[in-house]
Write a protein that binds this ligand. Structure first.
Ligand code: KMH
Ligand code: ZN
Length: 279
């Protein structure tokens, strides 16, 4: 088993998401050019991977394929960042609208292995939909990352791996603090890690006020990566709105360094996430 601080930590940026708006923070990027500019700036600050949702210019979450294509094209023009498309979209989207990013030739795609309440709504991914995403991604040669919001999602991902429904290697993003999902606590981290085979790359995402504590817990427990960005939190410190996604990445990089973890370069991140040769 690798020591907790042996490998540099991969910083993922989730620049936009589907829920936050400029009323929450006026600096949230919406248009492809804004998302790409914000992502490339964040790469300078230490981000290696971008978790992409797209919006219409007015901020409405969108599944228009042109927006994914344009965003990825511009990110690639301005950086070597690893691009990952969300297939979670927004809660009100049907599965077709959620998965248009798979056509945009990303380096990686997210996939859900279960459902949960999501605030006042439900975020539903039934098994056939998850399996459909996996099949499409495999056909297109796109590696996958499981987005897990509670322990059952992790256990299901491991079971799917064991029966060959999910391709090797398993990569998992553990998401804490979503109302309706697992809470943000040390016990929650231990519970989410328990089903995982040793050496599985795992990253920590946390929404809400415990974000920095959960990222720190992940860093000290050997997380492969941590995620920040406006999708998860609009504050860079208590009561202080972030000026940009780069601001949030600088916070994450400083946290990692203070806890004895180096920040992975983009080539290191490709190796750590077993993505080499992927694109
Ligand atoms: N916007 C959430 C309903 C993902 O990207 O895979 C789903 C989400 C998860 O953001
Ligand atoms: Zn997302």
């Amino acid at each position: 088993m690798s020591a907790w601080n042996e490998k540099p930590v991969v910083i993922t940026l989730a620049p936009t998401g589907a829920e936050v708006t400029r009323e929450d923070n006026p600096n949230v990027p919406y248009a492809p050019a804004e998302i790409a500019r914000s992502s490339c700036e964040a790469a300078e600050a230490g981000a290696a991977l971008i978790h992409i949702h797209v919006r219409e210019d007015d901020g409405t979450p969108s599944g228009r394929p042109e927006l994914f294509e344009e965003t990825i094209r511009l990110i690639r023009e301005g950086s070597d960042l690893i691009t990952m498309v969300s297939t979670g979209g927004a809660i009100w989207m049907g599965i077709d609208e959620r998965t248009t990013g798979l056509e945009a030739n990303p380096d990686l795609a997210g996939v859900e292995t279960g459902s949960l309440n999501f605030g006042e709504e439900a975020f539903v991914t039934i098994r056939p939909h998850g399996l459909g995403i996996i099949e499409r991604a495999e056909k297109a040669g796109i590696p996958l990352e499981v987005e897990a919001f509670e322990v059952g999602h992790v256990a299901e991902a491991v079971r799917m791996l064991e029966v060959g429904e999910l391709p090797e290697p398993l990569r998992v993003n553990l998401v804490f603090g979503v109302p309706g999902g697992i809470d943000a606590s040390p016990e929650a981290l231990a519970a989410m890690l328990r089903p995982l085979p040793p050496e599985t790359p795992w990253t920590v995402t946390c929404v809400g006020r415990h974000q920095q504590r959960m990222l720190a817990l992940g860093l000290l427990n050997g997380a492969t990566g941590i995620r920040v960005g406006f999708e998860d939190a609009v504050y860079v410190a208590k009561g202080q709105l972030a000026d940009s996604n780069a601001d949030l990445v600088r916070m994450a990089a400083e946290l990692a360094k203070n806890l004895g973890r180096e920040v992975a370069t983009i080539p290191e991140a490709r190796e750590i996430l077993v993505l080499d040769g992927a694109r």
